[in-house]
Design a protein around this ligand. Structure first.
Ligand SMILES: *Cc1c(COP(=O)(O)O)cnc(C)c1O
Length: 414
């Protein structure tokens, strides 16, 4: 783990030492050796499950060398890591975001540890990915979400009865309120949580996006771009790179992390820009009720794992990283640029990442001939809508705030 101790995997999320730190996996196989499977399980050697599925509909990241966007930005080696649905490119994450890389390993790890049900607090994309994964991997979940997440909570497959229990919170509550309510339900009713960034299955699952990048590029890219809310994806890329550096054949340098947020709510950008290892009250001045008005609302996390040992601050420090804040105007034009040059629809967080790449080019944070991996964290939703009947997840209960009585929630869950 990031504090230096070594422990056996018992579905732990933290270590017993006093300093908060992330657990990290240590795999017995140290060679980067993807199989030829067409799912994220091609990286099973570096996923924390004992019995990976041999057949599944779990998608994977599709990485390709950009032609259009590349030219527009004057870059020579821009690779796009596409996470979503784009049948012509064999991109088949049916819930349309890279949360689809986290949910299957997390559920299988939990099942292998004897856990029957887990709770997920979500701004929408994580809940949707986990709900879809219950269809493929036969598992039960409880989802806690703000009202604004409702339109993001649907599945492509048919969820079985009672396997997905959705609790929504009245409008005025944001994602962080859902996190707080989830923690309370977990404490008081004893439902296991998925652990968020602390769960190694989530980080190593997300890390497969970066691994796919290395697989296609043939080496560790010099730069990695991603929009972040918690920063889990950035941490996962950093951890994946370290693993591949140990192999030795794909380069010795960590990628520079370029992480981005909405300009109006950018706690990690302000903390990092001021070289603080802590987020302070001032960074969080946007009121909860205004979170829904952000361009990429799913990035609005007030309690990201920034300061924790092995978290975002450490990842940025070790990789000499940069953070960018992106205005709505910049993001809108990035979204249009992507549609025009690469001919696929993307969702708002992905547009934030592209806008940050444009900023990085403008301020010469990157050289035009360096390898760049741009994480398109979600896209192809128009295509999903055309090709599938997307089924909304119906709530079993709506609660006014995070102080709502646990007994009443228990009744609804039974
Ligand atoms: C969750 C999410 C992000 C942010 O990812 P983190 O690395 O967890 O901060 C970005 N884009 C999309 C589409 C997401 O669903």
């Amino acid at each position: 783990m990031s504090c230096g101790r070594v422990i056996e995997d018992n579905y732990n999320f933290s270590c017993s030492c006093r300093n908060p730190s992330f657990l990290r996996t240590n795999y017995s196989k140290t060679k980067f050796n993807p199989t030829n499977e067409n799912t994220l399980w091609r990286f099973k050697n570096w996923l924390p499950v004992n019995n990976p599925p041999t057949k599944s509909d779990d998608g994977k990241t599709v990485v390709y060398k950009s032609k259009g966007l590349c030219k527009e930005l004057g870059l020579k080696q821009l690779y796009i890591a596409f996470n979503g649905y784009w049948p012509e490119k064999e991109a088949k994450i049916f819930t349309g975001t890279f949360k689809g890389l986290e949910a299957p390993p997390t559920i299988i790890r939990a099942k292998e540890k004897g856990i029957k049900e887990i709770l997920i607090a979500t701004a929408g994309n994580t809940g949707r990915a986990f709900a879809e994964a219950t269809v493929n991997h036969n598992f039960d979940i409880v989802i806690v979400a703000p009202q604004s997440a409702r339109n993001r909570l649907w599945t492509v497959g048919d969820i079985s009865e009672n396997s997905v229990k959705l609790i929504t919170m009245k409008s005025g509550n944001d994602y962080t309120d859902a996190i707080n309510l989830g923690a309370k339900i977990s404490d008081e009713l004893g439902v296991e949580t998925e652990g968020g960034a602390k769960n190694v299955a989530r980080r190593d699952g997300m890390g497969t996006c970066f691994l796919e990048g290395i697989n296609v590029i043939g080496e560790i890219p010099r730069h990695y771009f991603q929009a972040i809310g918690s920063g889990t994806g950035g941490i996962a890329a950093w951890e994946a790179a370290k693993r591949v550096i140990t192999d030795g054949r794909f380069g010795k340098n960590l990628p520079v992390l370029h992480l981005s947020q909405n300009k109006r709510f950018a706690p990690m950008v302000t903390a990092w820009t001021n070289r603080r290892d802590k987020i302070i009250e001032e960074d969080l001045s946007l009121p909860s009720k205004d979170m829904v008005t952000l361009f990429a609302e799913v990035l609005a996390n007030r309690t990201p794992p920034y300061s924790i040992s092995g978290g975002v601050y450490d990842a940025l420090s070790e990789t000499n990283g940069n953070m960018y804040s992106v205005s709505e105007v910049e993001a809108q034009s990035a979204m249009k640029l992507m549609a025009d040059t690469e001919e696929i629809d993307i969702i708002p967080p992905a547009a934030i990442a592209i806008a940050s790449l444009i900023q990085a080019v403008d301020c010469k944070n990157i050289n035009s001939n360096e390898t760049i991996l741009l994480n398109i964290t979600g896209g192809g939703h128009k295509r999903l809508n055309e090709n599938f009947d997307l089924k909304p997840i119906q709530p079993i209960l709506e609660v006014p705030d995070s102080n709502f009585s646990s007994e009443k929630i228990q009744e609804a869950l039974n």
